[in-house]
Write a protein that binds this ligand. Structure first.
Ligand code: NJP
Length: 270
């Protein structure tokens, strides 16, 4: 039977590919982004595609979209909480406003949509919440402190919330991709710290050169990840986490090794 998907951030990048892959699998998809027209333009005409405007920082809009889907289709089977962006650069180069904006979208916006959808899933004792986190939700590096802080927060929230939902029949999948070829690192999406701090100038110049070199050349294929997510969503025994890409698995593995080492060393000081 065809399932009903709600995908955020579906105008471009990974969200667009997930919505497309779900349509190709025969599903009904409510695809959202800040502009419904941008979503319509991205997909063209499709009878199972329903474009809606949803800025995820707007909790009322999230409630309205979820209520409309539940009323119209009787169900929301899969939520893909995908919309997000990155504030890239060294922590002290960001204003407080920029840091809060990062959390407003990546954490509180993602929570808004989950809060809007979860009651409909709980009522039916069924559903799947897919959260697009990042390997940066497991590992942080110089230049990624603010973005990682928001994704670590997403991880902590969803790890607990997933356990609250599971006994009520609602499954969860946290996705931690490595670098994907989307607009993510491009000026169309990413923002950069604006405060000039000479102590960091050289390190920041190297970091910016890395970002410029990586933009458009990321190893991860968003189409492939989208296909994997749609396949995982169809499995009853899907894993709680999906770390996508060699780069992500390498970084996450190194973090686990480092944590084990530091935990063992901590025991020496008990
Ligand atoms: O980025 P991009 P991705 N409300 O820039 C939307 C994570 N990730 O596909 O409104 C609603 O091509 C925006 O829509 P628009 C990343 O953190 C990525 O790579 O038209 N929507 C667009 O559709 C994020 O969570 C990489 O501007 C909002 C989409 O989000 C997810 O993957 C690695 C919005 C962004 O498309 C998708 O990002 C990784 C708002 N307030 C995790 N703000 C990577 N690409 O390397 C933005 O580990 N959007």
């Amino acid at each position: 039977m065809t399932k009903v998907w709600l995908v955020t951030g579906a105008s471009r990048g990974l969200g667009h590919e997930i919505a497309r892959a779900a349509l190709d699998a025969g599903e009904t998809v409510v695809a959202t982004a800040r502009s419904a027209d941008a979503v319509r333009e991205a997909f063209g005409d499709h009878d199972r595609l329903h474009a809606r405007a949803l800025d995820i920082t707007d909790a009322e809009a999230a409630n309205a979209v979820a209520a409309e889907i539940a009323q119209r289709f009787g169900t929301i089977d899969v939520l893909v909480n995908n919309a997000g962006y990155a504030e890239l650069g060294f922590f002290e180069t960001f204003t407080d406003e920029a840091v809060r904006r990062q959390f407003e979208v990546n954490l509180f916006g993602t929570m808004n949509v989950a809060r809007a959808v979860a009651p409909h899933m709980r009522a039916r004792r069924a559903g799947l919440v897919v959260t697009i986190s990042s390997v940066s939700g497991l590992v942080s590096n110089a230049g990624g402190a603010v973005y990682s802080a928001s994704k670590f927060a997403v991880e902590g929230w969803m790890e607990g919330f997933a356990q609250e939902l599971a006994p009520l029949g609602v499954r969860s999948l946290l996705v931690e991709p490595g670098m994907l070829r989307t607009d993510f690192m491009d000026g169309k999406s990413a923002r950069f710290g604006s405060i000039d701090i000479p102590d960091y100038a050289e390190a920041i110049a190297q970091y910016r050169a890395f970002i410029e070199g990586a933009n458009g050349n990321q190893p991860g294929d968003p189409k492939l990840l989208a296909a994997r997510i749609v396949a995982l969503a169809a499995q009853d025994d899907a894993p709680a986490r999906f770390v996508f890409g060699d780069d992500a698995r390498q970084w996450a593995g190194a973090k686990v090794d480092q944590l084990r080492h530091e935990i063992a060393r901590s025991a020496d000081h008990d």
